[in-house]
Design a protein around this ligand. Structure first.
Ligand SMILES: [Zn+2]
Length: 538
């Protein structure tokens, strides 16, 4: 049988089973959400009010019930914007001459205390990669007490080709800088400072500088909650100067921290910081709707569909355009979610479990809306079957392939494979696992509280196009339009591929909503402990 004929037959089978999800609706939602009227859907502005009202209105029109605060479609997300001021100072004092570090040139960072003036003066301890991972029998801290101290460390994880150690080539969460600050805070450190190197970070200092020299939207701290006085980065050169004060060097310490037997090294140096910040409240919101399940016993369990509604708002002009429309990123994902929600609510017989449609805020500011939902869930994580995230789709027609990276780490995978088979999709692996992209999208916030979660992406083999077409389009998008005002709606877009992916997502959701057992993470996975802690039914 010719491949094309096989595709048509399986697509027909899938269409017969799918709800009436239609491309023209996904197109219309995308067009509206990406229009200049939405002002780039920036967090905390007029664009937010318009976009979130639109989403709520569409859910209401589709008979999806409100699942937010006090009977509304909205979950208030109080954020605090913290912006370090250029007068920030950092210095190191040891036996010899003190070292001064310059803001932006030598160091960047932000306080997590959400106060306008924070200072610290504490002993510095080098802690390797700053990782405590019992499942890999790895502990960089050993018995060292770092309470009240400044931990100095590298990002990333010990390098190993062994898939049994930190996932081999793929980056695990232990390698991400966000983990480093969280672990330092759990251990009561006063501050945590990462020494940047291009190989350990995976990018140059300009990237660190550009993403840190601006306002950081943080989830509001509960009263009395512990927080780092400073979470920062030093350039490699500044790091060399700091380490040299105690007779050490970057390369030697990098090498030392590759070993399981590594022990923290007190640097015999005090790090002093004075960090002035502009601090302001940001009021923003997630949008939530629910279609209740039909089973009296399982109806309090749910499947989550998520997409971030925010983009970058209004910003620096590029070619005279200041509106960062975010058409691909992520009006497309919101449009897909609205269409799945409409189709789900129209099902004559509802699946056993409920379906929660969650449009999260402040993804671009560090997954804040999804993090807030995970801490304040409508359905407890232990009663959530899976979370399917939709972020950034190119409306360029149908693809033969699909990317569902992360699903292979869960017991839900056989259903994903069955659904892909029905749609004639080939499942493609994450093309760059060492970049740790799994940890950079909203599904990760759900995984951290144990929910089996992953993003659904189109592949890049477009039907009727030469094989290299998809890769070229993505390359061009990343270079010219990603996070730029030119990520705009185009009238010539073909939404057939988004219709397919929405139908595929709906089928995945229906499978999860009717499965006999709640899916979980596979044995040995870094999120399994969180799943078990969430009280999931075995
Ligand atoms: Zn996005």
């Amino acid at each position: 049988m010719k491949p094309i004929l096989l595709f048509v037959m399986t697509a027909g089978l899938a269409a017969a089973q799918a709800a009436p999800i239609e491309a023209f609706r996904i197109r219309a939602h995308t067009r509206f959400l990406a229009s200049d009227l939405m002002e780039g859907r920036g967090v905390g502005g007029r664009g937010e009010l318009l976009a979130t009202e639109y989403l709520a209105t569409q859910l209401a029109l589709s008979r999806v019930k409100a699942a937010g605060d006090s009977g509304t479609y909205f979950q208030r997300v109080p954020l605090v914007g913290v912006e370090t001021q250029p007068a920030a100072r950092l210095s190191a004092a040891g036996k010899g001459n003190p070292a001064e570090f310059r803001w932006i040139e030598d160091f960047v960072g932000v306080t997590h205390r959400q106060q306008t003036q924070v200072s610290f003066d504490a002993e510095a301890v080098f802690v390797g990669h700053g990782i405590t991972a019992p499942e890999y029998n790895w502990d960089d801290f050993k018995d060292a007490d770092v309470r009240g101290k400044v931990v100095v460390l590298f990002t990333n994880e010990p390098q190993s080709e062994d898939p049994k150690l930190f996932g081999g080539r793929a980056l695990t969460y232990y390698g991400r800088w966000t983990y480093k600050y969280e672990e330092a805070r759990r251990r009561g450190a006063a501050a945590a400072i990462i020494i940047h190197t291009t190989p350990t970070a995976g990018y140059g200092w300009e990237v660190v500088r550009n993403s840190w020299g601006r306002e950081d939207p943080q989830v509001a701290l509960a009263a009395g909650a512990p927080a780092l006085a400073f979470a920062g980065w030093l350039t490699r050169e500044a790091g060399e100067r700091l380490l040299a004060m105690s007779g050490h060097g970057v390369d030697a310490l990098l090498k030392a921290s590759e070993a399981r037997g590594f022990r923290p090294i007190p640097l015999g140096v005090r790090l002093r910081g004075a960090i002035p910040s502009r601090v302001r409240k940001i009021e923003t919101r997630n949008v939530l709707g629910i279609v209740p399940g039909s089973d009296p016993a399982l109806g309090d369990e749910a499947v989550i569909f998520s997409a971030h509604w925010d983009h970058l708002g209004i910003g620096p002009a590029v070619n005279g355009d200041t509106i960062y429309n975010g058409a691909v990123d992520n009006a497309t994902g919101c449009a897909i979610l609205l269409e799945i929600a409409r189709a789900w609510a129209a099902l004559e017989t509802k699946p056993k479990r409920s379906a929660l449609f969650l449009f999260v805020t402040a993804e671009e500011g560090g997954l804040r809306g999804s993090e807030y939902y995970a801490a304040n869930p409508v359905i407890p994580p232990g009663k959530t079957a899976v979370a399917l995230n939709f972020d950034a789709f190119h409306p360029l027609g149908r693809t033969k392939d699909i990317v569902v990276s992360g699903s292979e780490r869960t017991t839900f995978r056989p259903m994903v494979e069955e659904a892909a088979r029905r749609f004639g999709f080939t499942i493609k692996p994450d093309p760059r696992p060492e970049q740790g992209s799994f940890y950079r999208s909203d599904h990760f916030s759900f995984a951290k509280v144990g929910i089996p979660a992953f993003s659904v992406h189109l592949g890049n083999e477009f039907l009727g196009k030469p094989p290299e077409y998809g890769a070229e389009v993505f390359k061009e998008f990343n270079a010219k339009h990603y996070h730029q005002p030119s990520d705009e709606f185009r009238e010539d877009w073909d939404f057939a591929g988004l219709e397919q992916v929405a139908r595929f997502g709906m089928l995945l959701g229906r499978m999860a909503a009717t499965a006999a057992r709640l899916p979980t993470w596979n044995p040995g996975d870094e999120f399994l402990a969180a799943r078990e802690k969430s009280g999931v039914r075995p």
